[in-house]
Design a binder for this molecule. Structure first.
Ligand SMILES: Cc1cc2nc3c(=O)[nH]c(=O)nc-3n(C[C@H](O)[C@H](O)[C@H](O)COP(=O)(O)OP(=O)(O)OC[C@H]3O[C@@H](n4cnc5c(N)ncnc54)[C@H](O)[C@@H]3O)c2cc1C
Length: 408
């Protein structure tokens, strides 16, 4: 087994340039802007200006193939780039590889027809538009997409969509939505009930009820009512009944992309913890000299190291066409929880300052909470991981296949 964690020179060169760009331009700009709705215009202007810089520096669209104006980086190279971008508030938006657009671009690349790619992927790739992905509904458990109640009915040359979605990130201002709706309620297996549609937005019947106020503020996660939304037949994305498969294919790499960005944030959290601990004096010594605080540092370091290995290995499997769902699921649970724990420790070491809005940790911590429940809640991933463990033992007599699937 050949293991070499050195980045190829071309990738290291891009990573270094991304690092410099983030440090010198993107991070300072992020400190000056706010995500509050009333200051959105200022935020958008800043992002557009920095995108222009990213294009000049040839760092735009790292995730897209070169024929789509991207850098053509694979999943392992993206791990390095996204971790750098994830250290900043605006980095992923500036490079155009933020959620949900990154996942939607991959989805269109893999499932879109040539016409759909030209009409919907092209503007995203050129940074001229935004999109959203609409699957979750308030009335049924988002963890089980076979329960989706939004209906799509064929009427002549159009599909007609009726339903209720919520937590649709980026819906306000999006040029289109990928909507998952039930087309075949009696399909067997139930995973074949849903299909995906591209809906031009805004359009008649696409009613944004509100930008939901979350524990970390309002960040364009919208509630939407679909009332007789007409979608041309050719806007079916992928095959009829293929909505579940498309969702899974989209969410696997998209989950890992989140993990890559979260690694950047956990590093920032641990750096803040260390910085404070090496300055704050109490009971005869610096906090950094106390074993209780050192253990917070070492626990965090161990967890971040594990997180990096898991993400890299899952990325390696994606890049090499190997099955990756189990590895991505395990990485998602571990990284989301590492993010939460590291930021919580950083807040603890900052004391009242950490709890205040004078320091960024409190906001980072509340924003991090969603990581453990969205894109597959911890419990759902763990359920699937356990199923894989049992299956591996039943079929092979060993857990090896379900624990990374490599020899030691
Ligand atoms: C910030 C944010 C952004 C989001 N963006 C989008 C978006 O852009 N598009 C979109 O479609 N959705 C989006 N979502 C929704 C997200 O995908 C769902 O919240 C997620 O799928 C869980 O669905 P749910 O909220 O209905 O929770 P439920 O499915 O009701 O689950 C609630 C809890 O029940 C438990 N649970 C569920 N199933 C099991 C099980 N089998 N075993 C044990 N326990 C279980 C878990 O603890 C889980 O957290 C977003 C959510 C958030 C918070």
């Amino acid at each position: 087994m050949a293991i070499d964690f050195t980045l190829p020179p071309a990738v290291a060169e891009i990573r270094n340039r991304v690092r410099q760009f983030m440090l010198e331009e993107v991070d300072p700009a992020g400190d000056r802007v706010s995500f509050e709705p009333e200051q959105r215009a200022d935020l958008v202007t800043t992002i557009l200006r920095l995108r222009q810089r990213a294009q000049e520096l040839e760092l735009f669209n790292p995730h897209l193939p070169k024929i789509w104006g991207g850098l053509g980086l694979g999943a392992t190279a993206m791990a390095a780039v996204s971790a750098e971008a994830g250290r900043t508030k605006l980095g992923p938006f500036v490079l155009n590889c933020h959620a949900p657009d990154e996942g939607n671009m991959h989805t269109l690349l893999h499932f879109g027809t040539d016409e759909q790619k030209e009409k919907y992927l092209r503007p995203l790739a050129e940074g001229r538009g935004r999109s959203c992905f609409a699957m979750t509904e308030p009335e049924v458990a988002g963890s089980d997409p076979t329960l989706i109640q939004t209906r799509a009915v064929l009427d002549g040359d159009s599909w007609v969509l009726d339903g209720h979605k919520w937590f649709i990130s980026g819906a306000k201002g999006a040029n289109f939505a990928i909507v998952v709706a039930c087309t075949d309620a009696d399909a067997d297996p139930p995973q074949a009930r849903n299909s995906a549609f591209i809906v031009d937005t805004p359009t008649d019947g696409w009613n944004i009820v509100r930008d939901i106020e979350t524990m970390s503020g309002s960040h364009n996660h919208c509630e939407i009512r679909l009332e007789a939304v007409r979608v041309p037949k050719e806007n079916l994305l992928g095959e009829r009944g293929g909505g579940h498969r498309l969702g899974q294919a989209r969410l696997g790499p998209a989950r890992l992309a989140h993990c890559m960005r979260w690694i950047g944030q956990t590093e920032v959290g641990l750096e803040m913890l260390v910085e404070r601990a090496t300055q704050r004096f109490a009971h005869g010594s610096l906090l950094s000299e106390k074993q209780a605080i050192q253990w917070m540092m070492s626990d965090s370091a161990i967890e971040i190291y594990t997180a990096k290995l898991m993400v890299l290995h899952a990325a390696y499997r994606i890049e090499n066409g190997l099955p990756f769902k189990n590895e991505v699921g395990m990485a998602k649970v571990h990284v989301a929880n590492t993010l939460w724990r590291v930021l919580d420790r950083a807040l603890q070491v900052h004391g009242a300052l950490g709890y205040s809005r004078d320091a960024p940790i409190a906001q980072m911590l509340v924003e991090a909470r969603w990581a453990r429940l969205a894109d597959g809640a911890d419990e759902v991933h763990k359920m699937r991981i356990a199923e894989n463990v049992m299956k591996a033992v039943a079929e092979t007599g060993s857990v090896r296949r379900a624990t990374g699937d490599f020899e030691l």
